[in-house]
Design a protein around this ligand. Structure first.
Ligand code: C2E
Ligand code: MG
Ligand code: MG
Length: 276
């Protein structure tokens, strides 16, 4: 009951959040595990209500989804992330071929305008569509309506990349890999946590990486927090890593400094960014 009440309160607060300018995006770098180069950033939504504590996306994104506000907020996310990417490209700090990964919720497909929104933002900010990738969770892909399929086709035709987020945590994953054309498979961090100590976790991570490579997909591993995890994943041939070991998600204004200071994997002296 208490939870319902607080969700209703959050929903009311969220309804005003966009016009009150309470959302912002943070960006977490993605690192090529072979070269140590930065190859992209994932945009992550943040919300601090007026006079309140910061609420995590795991708490408020489901409320945005159930209330339908996700389509408006999702449009803001796409356009804001594309705008930041333009700024960083203009400052010549982005390595060639770097990509911005944007999370898209299944519920955004209900309105049928995600492809159009992406196209407009890419044109408005004069981006190469190949520099944009959208991350879908397995459950998003499972909303297997004709609308979703049509949208995914449009997104592919625009030249935007498709990434399957949180791979290994949901249902019917393998069937969806067969049905849709993905470029990237993001292995959930629950498999990485004990990769150094649990044989089973290591075997599962390794087989996911191998499967991805057979299917000619790029692998991104989330949640690298220690040098031991990094070494194991490098050995397994994982392509790209993301996690606190490299950097916490960064406020947009600190990304240029991060890019200027990045010294490669072996030069990472300490955890970067705020504590979360
Ligand atoms: P996700 O897309 O799988 O994002 C990765 C999450 O892992 C982020 O949590 C990130 O901060 C966290 N993370 C990254 N590296 C590490 C690490 O080394 N250790 C640990 N413990 N955590 C790490 P965050 O930002 O709280 O986001 C949670 C989820 O909320 C996201 O999972 C995504 O499903 C959703 N979300 C976030 N931003 C957006 C958005 O813009 N749109 C939509 N639709 N969903 C979003
Ligand atoms: Mg994601
Ligand atoms: Mg994920």
């Amino acid at each position: 009951m208490a939870k319902q009440t607080s969700n209703r309160e959050l929903e009311q607060e969220l309804a005003l959040a966009l016009e009150r300018d309470e959302f912002r995006l943070e960006y977490q770098p993605q690192v090529d595990l072979k070269s140590g180069d930065i190859v992209g950033f994932e945009a992550l939504l943040r919300w601090r209500p007026a006079n309140g504590r910061e609420v995590g996306p795991k708490e408020f994104v489901p409320i945005l989804e159930s209330s339908g506000q996700i389509s408006q907020v999702g449009a803001w996310i796409i356009d804001t992330a594309c705008g930041h990417w333009r700024q960083w490209a203009d400052s010549k700090l982005l390595p060639p071929g770097a990509r911005i990964a944007i999370n898209v919720s299944a519920h955004q497909f209900a309105k049928g305008d995600v492809g159009d929104l992406l196209q407009k933002s890419i044109e408005r900010h004069a981006l190469d569509p190949a520099s944009v990738e959208i991350e879908l969770t397995e459950s998003a892909v499972m909303l297997n309506t004709s609308k979703t399929r049509k949208e995914l086709r449009q997104i592919r035709e625009l030249g935007i990349g498709l990434s399957m987020d949180d791979f290994g945590t949901g249902y019917a994953t393998l069937a969806y890999l067969r049905r849709f054309r993905f470029d990237t498979l993001k292995i959930d961090r629950s498999f990485v946590r004990r990769i150094c100590s649990k044989k089973k976790d290591m075997a599962i991570a390794l087989s996911m990486i191998q499967l991805a490579h057979i299917l000619e997909l790029r692998t991104v591993v989330e949640g690298i927090e220690s040098p031991g995890q990094l070494v194991s994943l490098r050995r397994m041939g994982c392509d790209i890593g993301q996690g606190h070991y490299f950097s916490h998600p960064l406020p947009a204004e600190t990304v240029p400094e991060f890019l200027r200071d990045w010294g490669g994997i072996d030069g990472v002296p300490k955890l970067v960014g705020a504590d979360t």
